[in-house]
Design a binder for this molecule. Structure first.
Ligand SMILES: Cc1ncc(COP(=O)(O)O)c(C=O)c1O
Length: 392
């Protein structure tokens, strides 16, 4: 973005223009495909090495294309700074392990992406970090679980994977003491800006709607400079660094995110409506649908309801398996936010590692199916889902 432009431009406009600081006068973002940079003298080399944010020293520290992606995300989130990672989990693990130490306590939610849950429940205890999981849909649950003087981090995810449970970010932002983090992958910066609610850090799996074309694995954290400095310090040793190619795909994705999100949300609304009326569907989960248990919060908090819909099928596990195999247009593949409509069956894939009581706590039933609406014609997507449901 040029110096003459300001944050008063609409997000949709900024998404197209942000993150060009290292692209010269190229219209499209430039790819800096290099792992290292030449110094002109030993003094120069010393200066380059001393600043961990220097994008032209060594690729594990930073890179100009990656730095441009980071500055675009910081701009859209209204953050002082951002740090990109090799994946969403690279970002999540850097936040948790970079900010917490042995003896610390973390409050997180039962309903969250399965690998975030595994990190919190299986890895954190090995490092002496205690974790309390709460039901995110219960008002006040996060606040009540905070242990004054001991809780270091509150980690929320909204809308949560896979059943779109929402977290009231005004509650999270009002928590004083611990650092607060929100994984806002499903919402994207166009749907939700957690920092505006007083939250300290926002995390994205940019693999999803931000890069948006199922061709990149990328993560990012944005927030205040002080916390970002800790995270960068950890990240340079963790080494889960974003590749310049994926950062380029992140910048490419941002330019069409507004139109993609709006088309996917329109399809998701039509899909939710159709599923809601079908006799093989026990329940539909879409924040934009009046049947969502937190629909009022969704209307208050989200600028876009997004392209993800979940449902529980009446026929349970058998129906879940038969349904995904009966689809002709929607494809059975993990991930979300891309141009193709994708379908997953969490109980047998993303959440297969969870124990039965953990599955239940996450609200996942044997017949739960998650849909990521793509960019195909809405009528084609709805027709495909209808024919697969009719076949049950
Ligand atoms: C909400 C959420 N956070 C984090 C991740 C992890 O992202 P990645 O696969 O890029 O590591 C995912 C992946 O599905 C996710 O859905």
């Amino acid at each position: 973005m040029s110096d003459t432009e300001g944050p008063d431009l609409e997000l949709q406009t900024r998404a197209i223009r942000a993150g060009r600081g290292h692209s010269g006068n190229a219209l499209a973002p430039a790819l800096w495909a290099t792992s290292t940079f030449r110094a002109e003298s030993i003094d120069d080399a010393r200066r380059m090495a001393a600043d961990i944010t220097n994008p032209t020293f060594y690729g594990r520290h930073s890179n100009p294309t990656v730095a441009d992606f980071e500055s675009a995300i910081a701009d859209l989130e209204g953050a002082e700074a951002a740090k990109a990672f090799a994946s969403g989990m690279g970002a999540v693990s850097a936040v948790v392990l970079g900010l917490c130490s042995s003896g610390d306590h973390v409050v997180a939610q039962q309903q969250a992406y399965s690998h975030t849950q595994l990190l919190l429940q299986a890895v954190c205890p090995r490092f002496g970090i205690d974790v309390t999981l709460v039901d995110a849909s219960v008002p006040g649950a996060f606040t009540e679980a905070v242990i004054p003087g001991r809780t270091t981090l509150v980690f929320a995810e909204t809308p949560a994977n896979p059943k779109l449970t929402l977290v009231d970010l005004d509650e999270i932002g009002a928590i004083k003491g611990p650092m607060t983090v929100v994984d806002s992958t499903f919402a994207t910066p166009l749907g939700l800006r957690p920092l505006e609610h007083g939250v300290d850090l926002v995390v994205h799996s940019a693999t999803k709607a931000i890069a948006g074309h199922n061709d990149a694995i990328l993560g990012v954290v944005a927030g205040g400079e002080e916390l970002l400095a800790w995270i960068r310090g950890f990240a340079v040793l963790q080494g889960a660094v974003a590749s310049p190619f994926d950062a380029l795909n992140g910048l490419r994705g941002l330019r069409t995110l507004p139109v993609r999100l709006s088309q996917q949300s329109a399809t998701a609304a039509a899909v939710a409506d159709c599923l809601h009326r079908h006799s093989e569907v026990e329940a539909v989960f879409y924040p934009g649908h009046p049947s969502h248990p937190q629909h009022d919060l969704a209307v208050r908090q989200l600028d876009s309801f997004g392209g993800i819909v979940a449902m529980d099928l009446v026929g349970g596990l058998d129906a879940g398996c038969r349904f995904v195999e009966a689809l002709r247009l929607a494809q059975l593949a993990t991930s979300l936010g891309g141009p193709e409509t994708l379908v997953t069956h969490p109980a047998s894939t993303t959440h297969a590692g969870l124990l039965p009581d953990e599955l239940e706590a996450a609200g996942i039933k044997p017949g739960t199916v998650r849909l990521s609406c793509g960019l195909e014609a809405t009528t084609d997507v709805v027709a495909d889902l209808t024919q697969a449901l009719d076949s049950l």
